[in-house]
Design a protein around this ligand. Structure first.
Ligand code: NA7
Length: 542
């Protein structure tokens, strides 16, 4: 064997939560496994996204693994929704506890993965000039792992420091005495803005599309509550697996007035009633209405309530007006929750530039030139998101049977069977890939389900001495059709909606709703059914 080649049963790309659990699980099956990771350590999303204010918006007791009873009994989350450092500690704890690092190749990026049909093996090459071969290749590359930096004329001329929220320096950034400009008002920016505002001399927020965001009401977890949840973990986990989003709340999610079940109809309310509700409850009043997610007229009434509340919170009327989302429905983009986002705009050192009044023309040495004028700062933060769901997979030169490139197979948008496998790419799996609930769910619940499914599949193949697995074209087409069908009529696919779920944030990316909106419970049932029907839709060959 070529000394620079290494043979394994399975090569896993990525050492985030997916790659870590895969490694643990495959080891238990006795499969030789190598994980290849671009970062210097484990953690994936939580390794790269260290921007100030980065936090999970799933309750921490639920954003955790269930596969090890000991792990879930011993780990102590300190807040209802954990901040990035604590989640990265959790990832490190898992790596230590299960001695994962010895099988992970860090600081190594996979450049290509080619299927050799004659040998029935994947050949995986890295930027460190190493080649691995493996019977199976699992892409655990994450859904939001390729940062998107828009091409803006003059960007290279900016003379100050430049950062991207999705690739933040591990040592942090000192914003004191700095005038900071931030581009974007998605989830990352909405978390970062209030924190940067407290540190920086001045903050200019360059906003192209205002977002809908709800208060997180985050707080420390009481020992009593933590204990109660730990004692009830079996039940909580089962409910998560059968739920829509993989989150059950268990009464410790949002709490208080914002924990209401949506049962009422906004279309049956009067303007005066809605105004009174905004007055009493603020943004969260909207949560009580079930029709907001289903009906565009109902949705517009909720948007109007939302705008009324912005007017109540933000003191300067022009800034308030600038922060008001208009022209697209609530629930189309990824839901955002925040801690004192709108309040940050009441600070003297924070200015909003509403780019709807005139967009960015160029980046200059000292700031940004817009149609409205020039805005100066010393530090530029891109909070401009990711090439979501397909970005990391398409960055790698993946080739299946007859040398077919995944990029070509997906030219008109991602196609897969169950978000697990792609026709023409035998023995290649994607964890939380497009066509599965993934980003519409609690990722840890979906990761566990996918890893367990893949591990069961490899066991099944070993027991029956099967060499390859691959979906039929008919199964792939039917699943893609189903994924599209269930997304139709939801706010996610409204004609006025432009979200990264649809690939709309990346110029030239096909407009396809990528995740599966049917819910993690239904999806799990489908995956289990496929197995019960002897891997229906897959071809397994000896
Ligand atoms: P998002 O949600 O994709 O947000 C990116 C933001 O950047 C959004 O406000 C964009 O405005 C803005 N953007 C992107 N390109 C430009 C240009 N060229 N000019 C001005 N503004 C721009 O990314 P996040 O990192 O906040 O969140 C990603 C996910 O990570 C999040 O949902 C969680 O799941 C975790 P636009 O709306 O496109 O007009």
């Amino acid at each position: 064997m070529n000394p620079s080649e290494s043979e394994f049963d399975v090569v896993v790309v990525g050492a985030g939560f997916s790659g870590m659990y895969l490694l643990h699980k495959l080891r238990q099956l006795g499969l030789s496994t190598r994980v290849i990771e671009a970062g210097d350590d484990v953690g994936g999303t939580w390794y790269w996204n260290r921007y100030p204010g980065a936090r999970c918006d799933v309750p921490s007791m639920e954003y955790s693994f269930s596969f090890s009873p000991e792990l879930q009994q011993e780990w102590r989350w300190t807040e209802v929704m954990a901040a990035q450092p604590e989640i990265l500690d959790y990832a490190n704890h898992i790596a230590d506890r299960f001695t994962l690092r010895r099988d992970i190749e860090f600081a190594t990026r996979v450049e290509s993965a080619h299927y050799d049909e004659s040998e029935q093996r994947w050949r995986i090459k890295t930027d460190t000039a190493r080649t691995y071969t493996a019977r199976f290749c699992v892409m655990a590359t994450g859904c939001l792992s390729v940062p998107n930096t828009p091409t803006i004329e003059g960007a290279e001329n900016f003379s100050g420091d430049v950062f991207h929220t999705g690739n933040w320096p591990a040592q942090g950034v000192d914003f004191s005495k700095r005038r900071v400009g931030i581009i974007g008002t998605g989830s990352s920016a909405i978390q970062a803005i209030p924190v940067i505002a407290e540190q920086a001399q001045h903050l200019t927020v360059l906003q192209r599309t205002p977002n809908y965001t709800m208060p997180a009401h985050n707080r420390p977890l009481s020992e009593e509550f933590r204990q109660q949840a730990i004692e009830n973990y079996d039940e909580i986990r089962e409910q998560q697996r059968q739920s829509m989003t993989g989150i059950v709340g268990y009464g410790f999610g949002f709490g208080g007035a914002d924990n209401v079940e949506p049962t009422e109809a906004i279309l049956e309310t009067t303007a005066a009633q809605r105004a009174a509700l905004v007055e009493q409850e603020g943004f969260v009043a909207i949560r009580r209405f079930a029709d907001v997610a289903l009906d565009t007229a109902a949705n517009e009434l909720a948007c109007d309530m939302y705008r009324q509340q912005i007017k109540r919170v933000v003191k300067d009327p022009r800034t308030a007006e600038g922060l008001m989302p208009k022209g697209y429905p609530m629930g189309c983009k990824r839901p955002v929750i925040d801690t004192h986002y709108y309040e940050a705009f009441n600070r003297d050192n924070v200015d909003l530039v509403d780019l709807r009044r005139g967009g960015i023309e160029t980046i200059t040495a000292t700031g940004v030139q817009t149609v409205q004028g020039h805005f100066e700062f010393d530090t530029l933060v891109y909070a401009t998101g990711f090439d979501a769901m397909t970005g990391a997979l398409q960055k790698i030169d993946i080739r299946g049977r007859k040398g077919e490139a995944l990029r070509d197979h997906w030219e008109a948008g991602p196609r897969s069977y169950l978000g697990l496998q792609v026709t023409g790419f035998p023995n290649l799996f994607t964890v939380t890939g497009p066509g599965s609930p993934s980003v519409l769910s609690n990722m840890l619940v979906s990761i566990e389900q996918h890893v367990d499914w893949i591990a069961d599949c490899l066991t099944h193949m070993r027991d029956r001495q099967l060499a390859t697995i691959e979906p039929t074209l008919a199964a792939e087409e039917a699943w893609v059709g189903h994924v599209n069908e269930v997304a139709q009529g939801t706010m996610f696919t409204a004609p006025s909606c432009n979200s990264w779920y649809l690939g709309a944030n990346i110029p030239g990316k096909p407009r396809i709703f990528m995740p599966y909106v049917g819910g993690v419970g239904e999806y799990r049932k489908k995956c289990d059914q496929v197995v019960a029907n002897d891997y229906e839709g897959f071809v397994l060959s000896a």
